[in-house]
Design a protein around this ligand. Structure first.
Ligand SMILES: NC(=O)c1ccc[n+]([C@@H]2O[C@H](COP(=O)([O-])OP(=O)(O)OC[C@H]3O[C@@H](n4cnc5c(N)ncnc54)[C@H](OP(=O)(O)O)[C@@H]3O)[C@@H](O)[C@H]2O)c1
Length: 282
């Protein structure tokens, strides 16, 4: 299988590189410095040269708060670039894998969201990712939209690192206790994406559609922070606060809990967190 990854230097991209490099597949990976997905012509020329059977797009603009003041730009990166990729993949008979987010939902459904529930984002980042999802579905019949949430891992910025860094300088840390989701370890996600595609390659590729891939068990940021500190043996005081008290430029969905009803379930996030914390030295 010839696979092309876009966004190879991101939090998730670097883990996808790892799993595919260890595999027998012909694997190509490009970073932002090599290809800008909003440059449609150059992107298309590159894809034509490589002739992949699968394109994984892990490139995105992911600064949720900044998105609020860069709407046009964000729509290009997270939205329209995927329209171009979808058309290109359709022409080449390749499958497009698009990483999407729990933030396409408004978070009002307490019981969580199935793959076919109606999205209704509450911020620009969510709108832009939903635009990407829609444009892909309109322009190719060979796509996998994989939604995930609350990523943590070795590479890039994430909540776990922020908590541990903050704990060095602050005895008391305020954390929101009214936003719920499923924290997901980038290593587990990369492996699950690999298995999804590789199993498909061995048998026949899975059906095009929307999939949810997340570590299991729902938690709040507050409870998640407590779990992090418990595993690390830290005694800093974590103070629960509401989202209203900790206003951010972009509104967040309150219950953006993804339900995986189509694929094998991933392990729970507590176990994944323990493994992750063994690998970092903060
Ligand atoms: N992180 C999360 O909690 C989370 C949750 C749900 C879904 N997701 C989705 O999962 C995917 C991967 O996220 P991530 O956390 O790995 O993001 P990330 O760490 O921000 O990585 C994204 C990568 O995309 C690159 N990029 C940005 N604009 C680009 C452009 N125009 N052309 C080419 N590359 C570009 C970035 O390069 P530069 O840094 O050089 O700009 C970066 O290397 C994204 O689709 C994201 O929406 C993430």
């Amino acid at each position: 299988m010839r696979v092309l990854l876009l966004g190879k230097k991101g939090l998730l991209g670097q883990e996808i590189v790892q799993v595919f490099n260890d595999s027998k597949h012909e694997f190509f990976a490009l970073g932002h410095d090599e290809i800008d997905i909003t440059d449609h012509q150059k992107t298309n020329e590159t894809i034509k040269d490589i002739k992949p059977q699968i394109v994984i797009n892990a490139a995105a603009f992911t600064y949720v708060d900044e998105c609020e003041v860069k709407k046009n730009f964000v729509m290009q990166v997270n939205g329209y670039a995927n329209e171009n990729l979808a058309r290109m993949c359709q022409n080449l008979n390749a499958h497009l894998v698009f990483l999407s987010t729990d933030y396409v939902f408004n978070g009002q459904k307490q019981e969580g969201y199935k793959e076919d529930d109606d999205p209704s984002p509450v911020n620009v980042y969510g709108e832009s990712k939903l635009l990407g999802e829609k444009l892909i579905q309109q322009n190719t019949d060979k796509f996998y939209i994989i939604r995930t949430s609350w990523l943590f891992g070795m590479h890039g910025r994430n909540f776990v690192k922020t908590m541990l860094e903050t704990a060095k300088n602050q005895n008391e840390i305020k954390v929101v206790d009214d936003q719920f989701g499923k924290p997901t370890y980038s290593v587990d996600l990369a492996k699950s994406i690999f298995e999804f595609l590789n199993n498909g390659y061995v048998k026949s590729l899975p059906k095009s559609g929307i999939y949810h891939l997340v570590n299991e068990n729902t938690t709040s940021w507050y409870e998640f922070a407590k779990k992090i500190f418990r595993v690390k043996g830290l005694n800093n005081k974590i103070i629960p606060v509401s989202s209203d008290e900790m206003k951010r430029p972009a509104k967040r969905p309150m219950h953006s809990v993804l339900l995986n009803t189509k694929l094998p379930l991933m392990r729970n996030h507590e176990e994944a967190l323990r493994d992750y914390l063994l690998t970092i030295d903060i």
